[in-house]
Design a protein. Structure first.
Ligand SMILES: CC(C)(COP(=O)(O)OP(=O)(O)OC[C@H]1O[C@@H](n2cnc3c(N)ncnc32)[C@H](O)[C@@H]1OP(=O)(O)O)[C@@H](O)C(=O)NCCC(=O)NCCS
Length: 178
């Protein structure tokens, strides 16, 4: 199997920073989000973001059929990822991990899962926006092979104003088929 930049093998091997025993690894599960998860998802969302999404936004994402996933660790929802796919492109709209569970590799696992999902839906490219001040997220994205391709002016709400977004992209064409 190819280990070229962006390949599936490489994506998996890049999640090597996970500080977990094999047994703990087996307690991590990524599964589709359902409406009954929304209470736990909103709890994580509100803990992790200064400007969290509303319940209505999550409901809309489920209703229109976006790819909505949760990450469970020991049967507790610890993260979520939401992505729109269509027309050969995919767009990650939300990637979020419970603050107490960050830096354990969960964000990398969710992101890798989203990229594999995008590839299985015949997307060639995945895009996402990130605040320039979100250095942890940017390290994660660059570590997995994303590159900055643009800036969206005044994209995010911020205390007393707006903040630009950095637009990142990754080509999925090197991923091996599922
Ligand atoms: C961004 C976020 C999802 C990352 O989740 P996480 O579970 O902490 O992510 P991981 O543990 O997989 O990776 C993050 C860390 O590993 C490092 N890392 C992971 N994979 C890496 C790789 N392949 N190469 C280099 N570094 C890597 C990151 O640099 C980062 O380091 P740090 O935690 O020591 O600063 C999480 O911080 C979060 O939910 N933040 C709040 C919401 C948010 O900002 N979401 C992103 C919106 S664009």
């Amino acid at each position: 199997m190819s280990n070229a930049p962006g390949s599936k093998t490489e994506l998996k091997s890049r999640i090597g920073n996970v500080e977990m025993s094999g047994a703990e690894n087996e307690l991590v599960r990524i599964r589709p989000m359902t409406e009954s998860d929304l209470g736990a998802v909103l709890e994580v969302e509100r803990l992790a973001y200064s400007f969290p999404w509303s319940e209505g936004i999550f409901r809309d994402c489920l209703r229109v059929g976006y790819c909505c996933w949760v990450l469970e660790f020991r049967d507790l929802i610890d993260g979520h990822g939401i992505m729109a796919v269509g027309g050969g492109e995919s767009h990650i709209l939300n990637l979020c991990v419970r603050p107490a569970s960050q830096s354990k590799g969960f964000g990398g696992r969710l992101l890798t899962h989203l990229l594999e999902t995008a590839h299985s839906h015949q997307a060639d490219t995945t895009l996402l926006e990130v605040r320039p001040t979100n250095t942890r997220a940017i390290r994660l994205y660059e570590g997995l092979g994303f590159n900055q391709v643009g800036i969206r002016k005044d994209y995010y709400p911020d205390e007393g104003g707006r903040e630009d977004a950095l637009l990142f992209a990754i080509e999925l064409s090197n991923l091996s088929p599922n």
